[in-house]
Write a protein that binds this ligand. Structure first.
Ligand code: FA5
Length: 336
């Protein structure tokens, strides 16, 4: 009985089977109970031996029943069964667009709404496109202001040496060489300058170039277009201010500022107390530049503008250091 009882107990796999086993051997009408009940009918000498053996077996079976019960309970405890299908799912990490990319899209969208197409140029540029064709010949002081990373070109070319572009303006030349007016384009791109970096200067940054060339384009068209752009990016109440500035490839040249959206023009930290924030360089395309690409400068006129993308993003989000954009720190980037 001991052998068969223990073998059957090992097979029992749930509470119901354990209970049936208990009834079979230890229950009121169980096999072991029957033996114990029958003791009185045995001769006295046998009664002692059989009684001791039967009691010993009952203790052993009860002990084994408890052990098997514990074993089965542990196997189905929450520790072993970790899957709770009622818990809400865990969200995975999702990527997002870099704040510079977002800003570029907002800028190009604002111009797209006014009929401007987005085009992109190369990062490595010819000296000819980056400087000469933009009326910045060798030795011109404007080259010093945009000192950059020169590359070892395989051999000198009619286009000069190669460099990492310092501005998006060379795309003006590339587009005009390729197409006849009318032209209305915006061109976002990465720029590089040899800078001692600080909170507002990086050695790599982004610009967006704007170019419109057609018959009869005037300074008023430029002002109207850039004004509308400023309102779309910085809010419908913005006012703009144009002041004289110099860039070799435009004449007249201007710098455009918006009235400070933080203080409304009273003067605060964002606008350095002046009430105005400069956001881009602009001007009418220089006749020399038009002639250089083979356009008749008596027939065609145009305007160009260029702005720093990080600068726009810093103003919109209140970011105080341009170096954060390229630092690759997710604590910064995941806020956008
Ligand atoms: C230019 O680069 C002209 N190509 C802009 C232009 C285009 C004028 C068309 C007229 C017509 P400037 O060097 O000022 O201009 O640079 C324009 C903007 O680029 C700056 O206002 C600034 O926002 C950004 N920028 C320039 N250098 C850096 C730098 N080191 N780090 C971050 N942003 C910069």
């Amino acid at each position: 009985m001991r052998a068969s009882a223990l073998a059957e107990l090992g097979q029992a796999s749930d509470g119901g089977e354990l209970d049936a086993w208990r009834v079979k051997y230890l229950g009121r009408k169980g096999q072991l109970t029957a033996i114990l009940r029958g003791l009185s009918s045995l001769p006295v000498e046998e009664r002692r031996t059989v009684g001791a053996a039967a009691n010993q077996l009952r203790g052993a079976l009860e002990e084994q029943l408890q052990a098997r019960t514990d074993e089965l309970r542990n196997a189905s405890s929450p520790k072993a069964e970790r899957l709770d299908v009622t818990l809400p799912g865990r969200r995975g990490n999702r990527g997002g667009l870099h704040p510079v990319t977002q800003t570029i899209r907002d800028i190009t969208d604002a111009f797209a709404a006014m009929g401007f197409q987005t085009v992109e140029g190369p990062d490595v540029e010819w000296e000819q496109y980056n400087f000469d064709a933009l009326n910045i010949p060798p030795g011109h002081p404007a080259r010093d202001m945009q000192d950059t990373f020169w590359l070892d070109a395989p051999e000198s070319d009619a286009n000069g040496s190669m460099l990492l572009k310092t501005q998006t303006s060379p795309m003006q030349i590339r587009m005009m060489e390729k197409t006849e007016p009318p032209i209305r384009i915006v061109s976002p791109g990465r720029c590089f300058r040899h800078e001692a970096t600080d909170a507002t200067h990086e050695w790599q940054f982004f610009q967006v170039e704007v170019l419109a060339v057609d018959e009869g384009i005037s300074f008023a068209d430029m002002k109207g277009t850039l004004y509308e752009f400023a309102r779309r990016i910085f809010g419908p109440d913005r006012r703009v201010r144009f002041r004289v500035d110099f860039f070799p490839f435009v004449e007249p040249g201007a710098e455009m500022a918006i009235d400070c959206f933080r203080c409304g023009g009273d003067g605060c930290r964002t606008c350095s107390g002046s009430g105005w924030i400069e956001i881009m360089g602009a001007g009418m395309v220089h006749p020399k530049v038009l002639e250089g690409v083979g356009y008749d400068s008596e027939k065609y006129t145009g305007f160009a503008a260029g702005m720093g993308v990080e600068r726009i993003a810093m103003l919109r989000h209140g970011i105080d250091d341009v170096r954060l954009f390229a630092a690759g720190d997710l604590r910064f980037l995941s806020q956008f």
